[in-house]
Design a protein around this ligand. Structure first.
Ligand code: GDR
Length: 328
C-alpha cells in the first residue's frame, strides 16, 4: 500500500486529495498543527481513514518526526497561509510558513530519505507568482512578478523546490495551479463568498453582498479536477513543473452573472455593494493559464467547466442553507 503525507489536509485541496488518494488505495497521513485543533476533529469525522500526525511547517523537528512516523512514498505540501488578502497584514507569518515552510519540509525529506531519495515531493505553487503578468496566457516559462507577500512567498517555495531537485536529485515537482474552487472553498475567497451570499439572498437571509474589485479576471477551475493533476505529477518517470489551468478567464462580474442566474435572482447589480475594505494594496488584474504541457505530458484535462462550477457551488450553498433553516 503506498503511503502519502499531506500538509494542509484541513483545507479545500487537502480534503479533495485525501479522498482521491484513499480511493487509489493509499494510506493517508495528514499533518495538523496545534493542540486540540478543531479542524483535526472535523477531518477525523469526515475522513476516518486519515491518520492525523501532529506537526507544524514552522517547526523543522516536527516535520522530521512526521516523516519518520508516516514513512511516506509521497509528500504533498499544501499547507500555509493561502488567503492573499491576509498576507498583506501578516507578511512575516506568510513568509515563514508559505515560503520557508517549503524549505523546512524539503530539508527534512533530504535528511530522512538519505541516499535513496525515495520520497517524492509535490509543492503547491500558485498562479499568484505571475502577478503583474509579463505575457498572456501564462505558462511554465513566463517570468514571475508577484504582487503580494503571499505571491512572494510562493515564488520562494517554487524556486527552492526546483533548487532541491537540481542540487540533490530529489523527485520534487511544483504544480503552478491557477484558482480552483468548489463547495469546499473557504467563505473568505471571492467565489464562495458570492455563492454563499447568493444562496442566503435567495432564501431571504441576507440582502446584499459587499465586495472589492469586480474587474479582476481569473482562470477558475474545479478543485476536484486539480488534485488529480497533483497526483499525476508524482507518477511520472522524471520530476517536472506544470501549469494547471482551464485556459479561460472570467471577471468577478461574470461570476456574479452566472451565480445570480443559477439562483434565478435576475440582475445582480442591485444586490452588490463595493467597499474599499476588500480592495488590496496591489492587485493581480488578469490571470489565464496555458496548461498545454500538463495536457500533453500528464494527459490531464479539467472536467468541470466555468458554468458547471458556478452552478455546482450555488446549488450546494442553497442546499446547505436550506438544511440549516429546516434544522432550526
Ligand atoms: P486569489 O483568490 O487572491 O485569486 O487567490 P480570491 O478569491 O481571494 O480573490 C480573487 C479576486 O477577487 C477579488 N475580490 C475579492 N476577493 C475576496 N477574497 N473577497 C472579496 O470581497 C473580493 N472582491 C473582489 C480579489 O481582489 C481578487 O482579485 C486564490 C487563493 O486560493 C490562493 O491561495 C491561490 O494561490 C490562488 O487563488 C491561485
Amino acid at each position: 500500500m503506498p503511503r502519502a503525507l499531506v500538509t494542509g489536509i484541513t483545507g479545500q485541496d487537502g480534503r479533495h486529495l485525501a479522498e482521491l488518494l484513499h480511493a487509489k488505495g493509499y494510506e493517508v497521513f495528514g499533518l495538523v498543527k496545534g493542540q486540540n485543533n478543531p479542524k483535526a476533529e472535523s477531518i477525523r469525522e469526515e475522513f476516518p481513514f486519515v491518520e492525523i500526525v501532529p506537526g507544524d511547517l514552522a517547526d523543522f523537528s516536527s516535520l522530521v518526526s512526521a516523516l519518520e512516523r508516516s514513512r511516506p512514498d509521497e509528500v504533498y505540501n499544501l499547507g500555509g497561509v493561502s488567503f492573499v488578502a491576509m498576507s498583506f497584514n501578516q507578511a512575516e507569518l506568510t513568509a515563514n510558513i508559505t515560503g520557508l515552510g517549503v524549505l523546512r519540509m524539503l530539508e527534512a525529506i533530504r535528511l530522512v530519505s538519505g541516499e535513496d531519495r525515495r520520497i517524492r515531493f509535490y509543492q503547491a505553487s500558485s498562479s499568484e507568482m505571475f502577478g503583474k503578468v509579463r505575457e498572456t496566457p501564462q505558462s511554465e516559462l513566463t517570468p514571475f512578478h508577484p504582487r503580494s507577500p503571499y505571491g512572494v512567498a510562493k515564488v520562494f517555495g517554487h524556486d527552492i523546490t526546483v533548487n532541491y531537485r537540481e542540487s540533490y536529485g530529489l523527485y520534487a515537482c511544483s504544480g503552478i495551479l491557477f484558482n480552483h474552487e468548489g463547495p469546499r472553498r473557504g467563505l473568505e475567497f471571492v467565489t464562495r463568498k458570492i455563492t454563499h451570499a447568493v444562496a442566503r439572498i435567495k432564501l431571504g437571509l441576507q440582502q446584499e453582498i459587499v465586495l472589492g474589485n469586480l474587474d479582476a479576471k481569473r482562470d477558475w477551475g474545479y478543485a476536484g479536477d486539480y488534485v488529480e493533476a497533483m497526483w499525476l505529477m508524482l507518477q511520472q518517470p522524471e520530476p517536472d513543473d506544470f501549469v494547471i489551468a482551464t485556459g479561460e478567464t472570467h471577471s468577478i462580474g461574470e461570476f456574479l452573472d452566472l451565480a445570480f442566474r443559477a439562483a434565478e435572482l435576475g440582475d445582480w447589480h442591485p444586490y452588490v455593494r463595493q467597499d474599499k475594505r476588500f480592495f488590496r494594496p496591489a492587485e493581480v488584474d488578469l490571470l489565464v493559464g496555458d496548461a498545454t504541457k500538463a495536457r500533453t505530458k500528464l494527459g490531464w484535462v479539467p472536467r468541470v467547466d466555468f458554468p458547471g462550477l458556478v452552478e455546482m457551488m450555488v446549488r450546494h450553498d442553497i442546499d446547505m442553507e436550506s438544511r440549516r433553516i429546516n434544522a432550526r
